[in-house]
Design a protein around this ligand. Structure first.
Ligand SMILES: [Zn+2]
Length: 80
């Protein structure tokens, strides 16, 4: 089973559905038993869906998106 560090490291890849099924299953398995990672996951999932929704509605300014990219890296926003 994945440990906390691995789970946190791969959370974004999991949210982007970029993990192999086997790996995703390990991450889910860990999330089920670890409340710490669970709350981190919920935070990231919610954050990502809010950003995506706002991006779809064109409510985000380019300056704000640039700051997000600086914080999280280009990859985290590529489909937002
Ligand atoms: Zn954990």
């Amino acid at each position: 089973m994945a440990n906390c560090q691995e789970t946190l490291n791969e959370m974004y890849a999991y949210l982007d559905a970029e993990l192999a099924t086997e790996r995703a299953t390990e991450i889910i398995g860990h999330l089920k038993v670890c409340t710490d990672c669970q709350s981190a996951y919920e935070f990231h999932a919610e954050f990502k869906s809010i950003i995506r929704l706002k991006a779809q509605k064109d409510e985000l300014s380019e300056g704000f998106l640039d700051r997000l990219r600086e914080c999280f890296g280009d990859d985290s926003l590529k489909d937002a």
